[in-house]
Design a protein. Structure first.
Length: 257
């Protein structure tokens, strides 16, 4: 029987709750409230001493990736925790990182978990896409553009900057807070104009949204509206056409089957 090793790291503020978090993980399959049940990952919420936390269980990697995550690259759980710390240090909001836990066999990673504070949010970016008459929509898009600009100014290239990965909280007086989630894919380094516009591509923006957001970003970055709009629209449309082609190919394969 292969030996396993558990590696865990807790934020100092949560060291005292380590045993209770580990108890939640021990009963993860049978307890907790579902937040996300996906093909790859599962997120459940638990209550500890009156505080709600989220535990994200990452899909067990295949043999090659299990080896990579043990010997070559940080696991998704560890990256999520480390990146959350970096974001908070830059005053960019994300659910507070509590801990990450990894379980290794002799040959690779077998289990991994990322634990964070639960955020009670009002809506996410998808609502702004699907509801063109969403209340205060233009103002929210302006503020979201400012938020993305701050990401770029802090040298954050968030590869999964997509509609479901920004949670939005109303603050009153038409002000909003934006929280990034699903953090394991990002890099840190200078963001030139091309990279910044490319980073908007996954948001699935309509032509109206591109107009609103490119106008705001151009003013923040001291670029003309025309060049900002052209590049943001170009990358948005390229990405959308790519996804549409994939859907058509998948539909064609299903028909042949």
């Amino acid at each position: 029987m292969s030996q396993t090793k558990q590696v865990m790291h807790f934020h100092p503020d949560y060291e005292s709750k380590k045993a209770k978090v580990l108890e939640c993980i021990a009963h993860f399959e049978r307890q907790g409230q579902d937040v996300l049940q996906g093909d790859r990952n599962t997120i459940k919420s638990f209550k500890i001493d009156g505080e709600k936390i989220n535990i994200k269980s990452f899909k067990i990697p295949n043999g090659f990736n299990a080896f990579v995550y043990k010997f070559i690259r940080k696991s998704k759980a560890k990256r999520s925790f480390k990146y959350a710390e970096k974001l908070l240090d830059a005053n960019i909001l994300t659910p507070f990182p509590i801990a990450y836990i990894e379980v290794f066999s002799t040959v690779g990673l077998t289990e991994s978990y990322y634990i964070s504070k639960h955020i009670d949010y009002d809506f996410d970016f998808r609502d702004l896409i699907h509801q063109p008459k969403f209340p205060d929509r233009v103002n929210i898009l302006w503020q979201f553009t400012e938020f993305t600009f701050r990401l770029h100014e802090n040298n954050v290239n968030f590869y999964d900057h997509s509609p479901g990965n920004t949670l939005i909280v109303k603050k009153g007086d038409h002000k909003y807070d934006f929280y990034l989630i699903d953090l394991n894919r990002m890099s840190f380094g200078p963001m030139d104009f091309d990279k910044r516009m490319h980073n908007f591509r996954r948001l699935w923006l309509s032509k109206t949204m591109v107009k609103i957001m490119s106008e705001k970003y151009a003013a923040l970055y001291n670029k003309t509206y025309d060049e900002t709009h052209a590049l943001m629209l170009k990358y948005s449309r390229q990405f959308q056409r790519k996804i549409d082609r994939k859907k058509i190919r998948r539909a064609g394969r299903k028909l042949r089957l």
